[in-house]
Write a protein that binds this ligand. Structure first.
Ligand SMILES: Nc1ncnc2c1ncn2[C@@H]1O[C@H](COP(=O)(O)OP(=O)(O)OP(=O)(O)O)[C@@H](O)[C@H]1O
Length: 645
């Protein structure tokens, strides 16, 4: 199939790819383009302030070294220009050449010294900056992860917060860039100032010449920067579409479906359409950029021509000596170099500054999602579980009309194994997450031995609970660590790890791995291994068993297990009955027959509760679901359609 087949023609319209969300990595570019040519100056002091403060926090000594060495190198630039002028004065003076050279020697020595000192200072700045940036990175990144790991789970449900967090992750890189850009821009400015001071000392009139020669150039450079950002921005949605398409055409994940459904022509058609538009847009904008930069160069060239005319006039009228005229040429060139640095760094500083602002803003906004803090003594220490009570508990997720859990009341006694059952989306996981202290109810209260869990010491409470998540995480560590992470507070003990693995039918699986318990479970690392879905689930269950928790919550722990592993797992769960409490969430109702109590949820509401026997005897949802599932195990109908057994 090729790009012109009918199926491609009918679907390859712009609407196939939906409008993409603003990409965080373009945010700074967007702000720069919106700020206009000179708007970048408005935010400059604040951004520079942020950069200095983050550098100061990371490493005071190096920050001071960079600051003072930059000032020093500016000073050397001034001395350098002044000694150049002195040198020229002596060389252009009358008299025999050897005398002139001799007279110029002190100036030459000064020039050599300033050049050497300036070189030394540049090396010092380089060393200090190189030592500073990794520290800035560490401080900024650490602060970010302190926040992302501390915020409550509910924060991740807020769209705006997730976006915020995504953008803030760029903040630590931006912090480094911000510090570097600020240092470089500062160096450029100091150089510019140094040249101006030297020129004033030589002849104040030359300052006017310098301004005329550099200002149009500076404006042109800023405008060129602005156009570059605008160019980038104009093609941003298309570029992202291309990026999405490129991934679809070149990645392993999409490769099987691409081939099996014959999507090659369709995707290439999409690519041609988007790329064609992108190229046309790029060409049009490139023309504009070239025109603008050419006009800018022309105007600054005219300005520079004016300066040379002025210098020539002054020279002609005997108002300045030849040495000053030559120094002026050197000064103009030096200032243009410094200005190019300043304008370039200004653009970068502004753009990276936007990311840094996102980062700082995120850290501020994250505070509202942090658990309430209080002195340790303020909170009651939860004792071993005797009774767990859920009283009128509800929870509604953001942007959802229906509550996920609606006014649920139930009691669980210590040592019981209870089951939450119900159809998909009925609220079982949400209720369990509230019991586990991971989510806070929007109404109602959950009590641990009669104390609202919100009043209990959170750390101790969480240590008394173990949760085997429905959507477990595959930690990229060894098999042993994957299990020991279930109780990270205690020193890992191989015997306990193996016991936990045995209970979850994971022991044999792990022994069969190339390095047994020491096998790294991540294929992206050298010698790393991956597991099947069911094998991962066994390790996850072992992690849950590893913690000797008062309350074990297992959410769909057997969905990927084979019958033998499932049987072993549920035998391990039953072995807790009578002395440890277990909440089981499962759709495989055969596994809840032995539960002390079964709670049936529907649309967030607790609709039935009782033992298996009681519930199948009543004409309710549980009886219906159980009968439906059990019917699947009745012997196959014979050819005539009637059951053979
Ligand atoms: N993070 C979330 N943000 C918004 N809505 C959510 C979120 N998690 C779950 N929901 C919604 O809340 C309701 C209850 O979900 P929950 O995961 O508690 O159901 P469940 O009974 O565990 O389902 P399943 O049997 O499929 O695991 C569903 O309607 C679901 O769409």
């Amino acid at each position: 199939m090729n790009a012109s087949t009918p199926s491609t023609e009918t679907t390859a319209e712009e609407s196939v790819l939906p409008e993409l969300r603003d990409a965080w990595w373009e945010h700074g570019v967007r702000r720069r383009a919106e700020a206009g040519v000179l708007g970048v100056f408005a935010e400059l002091p604040k951004l520079v302030g942020s950069a200095v403060s983050v550098a100061w926090r990371a490493d005071r000594v190096r920050t001071l070294v960079v600051g003072f060495a930059t000032l020093g190198s500016g000073l050397m630039a001034t001395f350098g220009l002044l000694s150049t002028q002195r040198l020229l004065v002596e060389l252009f003076a009358g008299g025999p050449t050897p005398d002139r050279v001799r007279a110029a020697l002190p100036a030459l020595a000064l020039l050599a010294a300033t050049t050497a000192v300036a070189g030394g200072l540049r090396i010092t700045i380089g060393y200090a900056q190189n030592g500073l940036t990794p520290r800035v990175n560490e401080v900024a990144e650490r602060r970010l992860f302190e926040a992302t790991t501390a915020v409550r789970l509910a924060a991740f449900d807020e769209d705006a917060f997730a976006d915020d967090m995504e953008r803030a992750t760029r903040g630590s890189d931006a912090a480094i860039a911000l510090v570097q850009n600020t240092a470089n821009m500062f160096a450029g400015l100091v150089n510019l100032l140094a040249v101006a001071v030297a020129v004033i000392v030589i002849n104040p009139l030359l300052l006017v010449a310098l301004i005329v020669a550099t200002l149009p150039n500076g404006y042109a450079a800023l405008r060129a920067g602005h156009l570059r950002y605008a160019t980038f921005l104009a093609g941003s949605v298309r570029r992202r579409r291309l990026w999405v398409l490129q991934r679809q055409m070149a990645e392993r994940d999409s490769a099987p479906e691409l081939r099996s459904y014959g999507l090659r022509g369709f995707l290439l058609g999409q690519y041609d359409m988007v790329m064609g538009a992108q190229t046309r847009e790029d060409l049009a904008l490139a023309r504009r950029v070239t025109t603008t930069t050419s006009v800018g160069a022309l105007v600054s060239g005219v300005g520079l021509g004016g300066v040379w005319v002025l210098v020539g006039g002054l020279l002609w009228g005997g108002r300045i000596p030849l040495s000053s005229a030559v120094t002026c040429v050197v000064a103009v060139q030096a200032s243009q170099r410094a200005l190019a640095v300043v304008t370039f760094q200004l653009d970068r500083l502004y753009t990276d500054g936007q990311f840094f602002k996102e980062y700082i803003g995120f850290l501020e906004r994250a505070k509202q999602y942090l658990p309430p803090e209080g002195p340790d003594g303020d909170r009651t220490q939860p004792q071993a579980l005797r009774q767990l009570t859920v009283r009128g508990v509800s929870l509604a997720y953001p942007d959802r009309d229906q509550p996920a859990v609606d006014d649920v009341t139930l009691t669980i006694q210590a040592g019981q194994t209870v089951a939450f059952v119900g159809e998909n989306g009925s609220g079982k996981t949400t209720l369990a997450a509230m019991i586990a202290g991971l989510r806070s109810p929007s109404a109602g209260v959950i009590e641990w031995n009669g104390h609202p869990i919100a009043d209990l010491d959170e750390g101790t409470l969480l240590r008394r609970i173990s949760v085997v998540m429905q959507e477990h995480h595959k930690w990229p560590y060894t098999a042993a660590t994957n299990i020991a992470m279930g109780d990270i507070g205690t020193a890992p003990a191989q015997k306990a790890i193996e016991q936990a693995a045995n209970r979850a039918a994971a022991h044999e699986t792990i022994l069969n791995l190339p390095n047994g318990y020491r096998t790294l479970l991540d294929k992206t690392f050298k010698h790393g291994q991956d597991l099947s879905g069911g094998q991962w689930q066994r390790i996850t269950a072992a992690r849950g068993f590893y913690r000797d928790a008062d309350l074990l919550i297992m959410d769909e722990p057997s969905s990927a297990l084979d019958p033998r592993a499932e049987d072993a797992l549920f035998r391990a769960v039953r072995s807790r009955q009578g002395h440890k409490t277990t909440i089981l969430i499962t759709h495989r109702l055969a596994n809840v027959i032995h539960a002390d109590r079964i709670f049936v949820m529907h649309d967030g509401v607790l609709t039935e509760e009782g033992t298996h026997r009681e519930l199948v005897a009543a004409p309710g949802r549980y009886a219906e679901l159980f009968a439906m599932q059990a019917s699947g195990y009745v012997a196959e109908p014979d050819d005539a359609g009637s059951p053979s057994a």
